[in-house]
Design a protein around this ligand. Sequence first.
Ligand SMILES: [Zn+2]
Length: 452
Amino acid sequence: MNSTMHHILFALALFLLASPIFGQQAIIRNPEIRQLVEEVNADSLKKYTEKLASFHSRHTLNQDDKNGMIAAQNYVKAKFLEFASKSRGRMTANIEEFVVPGDGRRIVADATVGNVISRLPGTNPNDPRIVVISGHLDSRNKDIMDAKSAAPGANDNGSGVALVMELARILAQSEFSATLLFVVFTGEEQGLKGATYLADKAKAESWKIEAVLNNDIVGNSNSSETKISNNTVMRVFSETIPLAEDERGASIRRSINSDNDSPSRQLARYIKELGERYVDQMEVKLIYRNDRFLRGGDQTPFMKNGFTAVRMSEMNENFLYQHENVRVENGVQYGDLPEFMDFEYLRKVAAINLAAAASLGQSVGMPQDVKIDVRGLSNSSSISWKAPMHGKAKGYFVLMRETSSSLWEKKFYTEDTKLKLPYSKDNYFFAVQSVSERGTESLPVIPSPLSR
Ligand SMILES: [Zn+2]
């Protein structure tokens, strides 16, 4: 090839890189995670959901051990133990009981209730990080205090529990540096009781929870009222200003303008990037809210205790079925029944969760002490950090975006622990993530200012 030809090709390559109309994104899938994602199965999810909905009621205060809440908890625990048999003796499962005090509102009198928890310990005993994948088991009908009548709760939240079970089934066979906790909460509808119990305990015992992936109402793809049918979009809710922010945190946030960079928001972006990398025909929509109007979720007690948590939900809700008594009225069937669900959609939501959870489990820790030098006037940005506390990073990505952009736009790779970029610190936002030997990214950390 002559030199003119070289020049033309070089110019063409530059043009392709620079031109937005040829904007392209390299999709590099880690074969191990790709394989795990492919194992997520719509039929398994349907089977679990139908079984969960077949219990007469999973109301928190239902005590029926034949066909009610206690029986449902025993079913989930038995399935966890069945999956654990493939974990070479590592995974455990139990029902962790606690007393929820009567509050004169949604808990009539003191009651003993339980969360079902399955634990897959990390392979590195020096790595204390925990990734929580959760959903609530309890169901309700129109009357929040009715613990006796039918409450199948197929989508709210049989879908989230089926998702947690399916991830436990698949991930039990794999090894991760961090510990994975599969949690099926009780008492969500009665006021986030199970999640509050666990989040308070985690705080009191200083658990190193890296992320909480909470799933609630994730298996329907048709909206009521607006009649939208779309099984290619889901939502991730993340808090904007951290619920646990103190005065010092607020002061730092104001000085660096990190209003759109809470740890939960970073987790939401991470789920979007990793999820969409591995799951085809699925868009993760970031919702800049802790939750929907009038509604709450089990992610909130974790946020209140300073943990990084998000809520995942379907994009288009159908209010004909949620919290409704099972009945036929004017020829219309009401009630939260499996027949209204879309299990191919639920498969994709589960696959997004799996891609994120497996990546977090496999990653090394986040970079430490991430700083941006703001001591002088300059048209570049100097960022430095220290190696993660857990695991050995092969390198790091420095992430960059316009201050007006929601998502990270550029990733600069380095094997050093500092990087100077010819982009003004005044005009962009930055973050740093660790990259493991296998190429898996950690959650990103935004820099705090290194000042005089
Ligand atoms: Zn729910």
